[in-house]
Each structure stands twice: as C-alpha cells, then as structure tokens.
Design a protein around this ligand. Structure first.
Ligand SMILES: Cc1cc2nc3c(=O)[nH]c(=O)nc-3n(C[C@H](O)[C@H](O)[C@H](O)COP(=O)(O)OP(=O)(O)OC[C@H]3O[C@@H](n4cnc5c(N)ncnc54)[C@H](O)[C@@H]3O)c2cc1C
Length: 420
C-alpha cells in the first residue's frame, strides 16, 4: 500500500495551504531537481548557482518574510515542508534553501525598519541571497572564542577575520557576519556584534571551494574578511548584541531547518531500502521475505515515524507562539540520530551495493553525515536540554527563545489546521 501524501500522522499540523505547498514542492522536486541530481553528484567541487535561481523564481526564500515585503508570510511549518520535501530528492538543494533562510531570522528579528525596507523585498524574491558567518576554523562551535574582530575607526567598523563552513558561502550576496567588538574579558553575551556585509565589498574573499563528503552542489566553505569597512547603518541589532542575533537565528531557524533536512533524507533511506529488499532475489523469494530483514525494516519505519512527528510538532508549536525550545533541541538532535541509525541500517541492507555510486543510498548516507554539526552538534543539543532540565545557568530565569520572538515577524497560519 502506498503512503498517502502527506501522511495522516501529520494531519493535525497541516492546513489546506500547507497541503497545497507540499504538492507544489513535490512537483518541483520531481520535475526540476531530480533530473539535476546526477550532474550535481558528479561535480563535488562545483558550486551550483542555477538551483538558487529556480528556488527564487518560486519565492521560497521569502517563506517567512511578511507579505508586506513581498514574502509568503507562511511560517515555520511551511518552511519545514519546503526543506523536508526538497531533501527527499536532494539534500544539497534543501541545504541551499535552508542555509539562506537562517540569516533571514536575524534580519526579521533584529533589523531596523530601514534595513527591512531596503532588504526584505530582495530577500523575498531571491535577488539577494543571504548567509550567516559565525563559525571559525579553529574555534568551531565555541562562539565565545571567535577571533574575527571589528574595530570602530571613528567613521566605520573595520572587520578582519576568517569564517568557515559558511552555508552558501560561494553564492550568497549578503553575509551576516558576527565579530568581536569588545575588549578581552567582556562577557560573550555583550562582546559580539552582527554586521551586514555584501559579498562584493572590498576585502571580502571566498577561499576557493573544495568538495566535501556530501551535499554536492551546495557550497559551505571559507570566507575571509580583510579590513572590510562596514557602515554603522549595516550593524544588525545593537552593538554588543551579536551573540543574541546568532543564537536566535540558529535556535529558531537553524535547528528546525536541519531537522527538516534530516527528515527528508531519512524518508528516502527508508523508501530506497524497502524497495531494494523487495526486489533483490534470495532463495525462492526476495530478501524482504526474511524475518531478520523485516526486523530491521520495522525499526527503520518506527524511527522515521518518530522523527517526522517530532519535526512537525516542534515547528507547529513555534508557529503557535508556544514555548518549545526543548522540542526544537530534541527534534534537531534526535532527528539526526534517528536518521543516521536508519542510514546505517540502510547501508547494511544494501551491503556491497550500498558502496556503489550507482545506488542512491550511497549519496543519502553521505548527505546524512552533514546534518550533525550545523545549528549545534548533538553534544550541544543534549547539553542545552540538560541545562533546561536542571534549571542551570541562566535557564531558570531566561525567557524561552521561542517565546521571546513569538509574534515578531512570525505571523500565525491563516488557514485553520485540519484536525485541531
Ligand atoms: C553542512 C554544514 C553547514 C554549515 N553552515 C554553517 C553556516 O551557515 N554558518 C556558520 O557559521 N557555520 C556553519 N556550519 C558550521 C557549524 O556550525 C559547525 O560545524 C559547528 O558549530 C561545530 O563546529 P566544528 O565542526 O568546528 O566542531 P567543534 O566545535 O570543534 O566540535 C568538535 C566536537 O567537540 C564537541 N564539543 C565542542 N564543544 C563542546 C562543548 N562545549 N561541550 C560538549 N561537546 C563539545 C562537538 O560536539 C563535536 O563533537 C556548517 C557546518 C556544516 C557541516
């Protein structure tokens, strides 16, 4: 029996508008993306710009941008549908979309009216593609250790440093760069500032792109900044608020975006494996007839069901303005872990053929490895969950991120979801 699309387990989260979007993105993925996957895979060093144009034509970079600026104003469940359904067909294409959506959060939440007016229209129509540049080669996920610095020279900020693994590094037009602006000893929560830096500014240099293990066609590379002058008008948020800009983008957009990429890859791993074992002959029947194979398949199916509900439950809460920091953390961390366990099982069931690039599971498994690090590794997600559980550090007094920004450029879904 073929699974209804979308599956009934998501009925409570989806409005008629969500269902229409689901169908539209599936059609797009089949017609426009599927035929390009092989070419993208064959050229790991190549940075694909055409795909971003195709996504922009549909205005999907504006999924959370208010209608007043030409956006879809469709919220987080809609964003998850876009990324999840694209990732089913291509993790790289889903990554191109999701990586540019993360900094949109920073612009929406912390941008001034002037910055909104100047930029949101171009973000919504995809003519300005954004990136967020926080990670550094030596400091990795330790934001407080960053060495990229911006100094005020009396007229402008002068920014110098190197950022690593920046999603869409080689196609983005506008980078949200987080840099140190305070002297040593200042708390991280006050020491950093976010800047809007154009890719064509003097001193901005993209380090030649080298292919990675997965996500061929998507660039996540290094950008260097050598005495780049930034006007005070291009400070995003207040001076000293950069940690908050980075955190809110990562927590409220990054986590659910990466959850959606994991989910799409997870679904495809299950579907490919079910088909493979159903077609592969063994004894007088197929591999799928063996109970030990069915045991593994059953585990894969259960994990997928869990990951799917976790993913949509978290973003549905976010759309409703409910406190859901823990749900976002768990969905990101467990979403990857569950998908990864399924990916390993899928590879085992494909055995030698799983290592062959003619079998799509090889690409899916590689792409799955790329959802662990961004927007917080598993260790980071679990540590934050533990802090919240133990009410440690500032967790006991802090307003949840999901509540802090609720209603701020986050419109509710217009259509009443089915079944709620
Ligand atoms: C596909 C992809 C896209 C990305 N996109 C972006 C982007 O758009 N912008 C951007 O700025 N960055 C981006 N990143 C970078 C990503 O945010 C970092 O990889 C992440 O922050 C971790 O840094 P790291 O990989 O250097 O690992 P490290 O921080 O060096 O960590 C190494 C290991 O130590 C663990 N560890 C480190 N610190 C702690 C701690 N305090 N407690 C417990 N365990 C710890 C980690 O969990 C990990 O297992 C991207 C990465 C990938 C793979």
């Amino acid at each position: 029996m073929s699974m209804p699309t979308p599956p009934h387990s998501l009925d409570r989260f989806l409005s008629p508008a969500h269902r229409a979007l689901w169908e539209a993105v599936d059609d797009f993925a089949t017609q426009e993306i599927q035929p390009r996957v092989e070419r993208m895979e064959g050229a790991p060093h190549r940075v694909d710009r055409k795909i971003a144009r195709l996504l922009a034509d549909r205005r999907w970079f504006g999924v959370t941008v208010p209608e007043a600026f030409g956006g879809m104003e469709a919220g987080h469940v809609a964003k998850t549908i876009l990324i999840h359904r694209l990732a089913r067909v291509s993790g790289a294409v889903a990554a191109i979309l999701q990586a540019s959506l993360i900094p949109v959060a920073g612009l929406l939440y912390y941008g001034t009216d002037e910055q909104h007016t100047a930029l949101l229209g171009s973000v919504a129509d995809g003519s300005v593609l954004m990136s967020i540049a926080v990670t550094e080669p030596d400091q990795g996920g330790h934001i407080g250790g960053m060495t990229t610095a911006a100094e005020w020279d009396g007229r402008s900020w002068v920014l110098t440093g190197v950022k690593a693994h920046v999603g869409n590094s080689h196609i983005a037009d506008l980078h949200v760069v987080v840099a140190r602006t305070a002297s040593a000893g200042t708390r991280t929560s006050r020491a950093l500032t976010a800047f809007l830096v154009r890719g064509d500014q003097r001193g901005v240099d993209r380090v030649p792109y080298s292919g990675k293990l997965g996500l061929h066609g998507f660039s996540y590379g290094q950008i260097s900044f050598d005495r780049v002058r930034v006007s005070p008008n291009d400070v995003l948020g207040d001076v000293g608020q950069g940690f908050e800009v980075a955190q809110s983008s990562s927590i409220l957009y990054g986590r659910p975006n990466l959850t959606a990429v994991s989910l799409g890859l997870h679904e495809t791993a299950v579907a490919l494996t079910a088909r493979y074992v159903s077609e592969r002959p063994r004894y007088k029947g197929k591999l799928a007839d063996l109970s030990v194979i069915q045991d593994r398949l059953g585990g894969m199916s259960a994990r997928l069901l869990m990951a799917r509900i976790l993913a949509y439950h978290a973003v549905d809460m976010l759309d409703r303005g409910l406190p859901c920091d823990d749900e976002l953390l768990a969905a990101k961390g467990l979403g990857h872990d569950l998908a990864s366990e399924t990916g390993d099982d899928a590879m085992r069931l494909h055995a030698a053929n799983g290592l062959d690039e003619d079998f799509a599971i090889e690409r899916i498994w590689r792409d799955m490895q790329t959802t662990y690090a961004p927007a917080g590794t598993g260790e980071v997600q679990r540590r934050r969950l533990a802090e919240n559980l133990l009410q440690q550090e500032e967790a006991s007094t802090r307003t949840p991120w999901s509540v802090l920004h609720a209603g701020r450029s986050q419109p509710p879904i217009v259509d009443q979801p089915v079944g709620v």
